[in-house]
Design a protein around this ligand. Structure first.
Ligand SMILES: Cc1ncc(COP(=O)(O)OP(=O)(O)O)c(N)n1
Ligand SMILES: Cc1nc(C(=O)O)sc1CCOP(=O)(O)O
Ligand SMILES: [Mg+2]
Length: 210
């Protein structure tokens, strides 16, 4: 599938109390093309149950499901994977998940990390954080210039992440981001209808620059 558009990432706090499935469905209905299941709890049974439900939803909407951090869970479900610098080897994950799986890697603000991720078989690279992030305030900062340089040097899709909202997303797409990954500005909403409205607005930014 083409990796372009809104990349929604779940958050266990924002999507507690029965919000996970309705809010994610609203994001998919609003046009999110990729969904990452990001859950830092060690509750394996719940993680498996939730990830299976998300896989069913994503299949229904023709979106890709990516599991954060957990190559074993991704392999068990036959879905994609996102790995950070401390989450294990991309090359090992590629061998485990096969050549068709979508596998992404965090590259912070460092092109050499992206070049290494390419060599190890990544499907996309992620740079960030571009703005102040509610979800991850301590993440190292990346610049728009880095994005432009990366776009010129790398042949694979680039994901931008960190503090992205409807007011600051457009320049990231203009400067080379194929996808924008969003947690707070998408899911910190009072209703599923509001999540869908935001997802539509994020997705429309890509149509304007097609
Ligand atoms: C699309 C995307 N980009 C970056 C990250 C961050 O991954 P990581 O550095 O491993 O941090 P955690 O998300 O695991 O806290 C991501 N998850 N997704
Ligand atoms: C999970 C994550 N990784 C980042 C990085 O820079 O690698 S920033 C981030 C949080 C993204 O959430 P929000 O859209 O709420 O800022
Ligand atoms: Mg990680």
């Amino acid at each position: 599938m083409k990796l372009r558009g809104l990349y929604a990432i779940t958050d266990s706090q924002l999507l507690a109390d029965g919000k996970l499935l309705p809010y994610v469905e609203a994001a998919l209905n609003g046009g999110a093309r990729v969904l990452q299941y990001r859950d830092k709890s060690g509750d394996e049974a719940r993680r498996l149950r939730q990830a299976e439900a998300l896989r069913e939803l994503c299949n229904r909407y023709g979106a890709a499901l990516i599991i954060n951090d957990d190559a074993e869970l991704a392999a068990r479900l036959g879905v994609g994977l996102h790995l950070g610098q401390d989450d294990g080897s991309l090359a090992v994950a590629r061998a485990l998940l096969g050549r068709k799986a979508i596998i992404g890697g965090t590259c912070h603000a460092q092109l050499p990390l992206a070049e290494q991720a390419v060599r190890e078989g990544a499907s996309y690279v992620a740079f960030g954080r571009f703005f102040n992030s509610n979800t991850k305030p301590g993440a190292p900062a990346a610049t728009l210039d880095l994005l432009e340089t990366a776009r010129a040097r790398l042949q694979l899709p680039i994901v931008a992440i960190g503090g992205i909202d409807l007011h600051n997303a457009a320049p990231l797409i203009e400067r080379g981001a194929s996808m924008i990954a969003v947690i707070h500005a998408l899911f910190a909403a009072n209703s599923a209808a509001e999540v869908e409205r935001r997802a539509r607005a994020f997705s429309a930014l890509f149509e304007q620059q097609a």
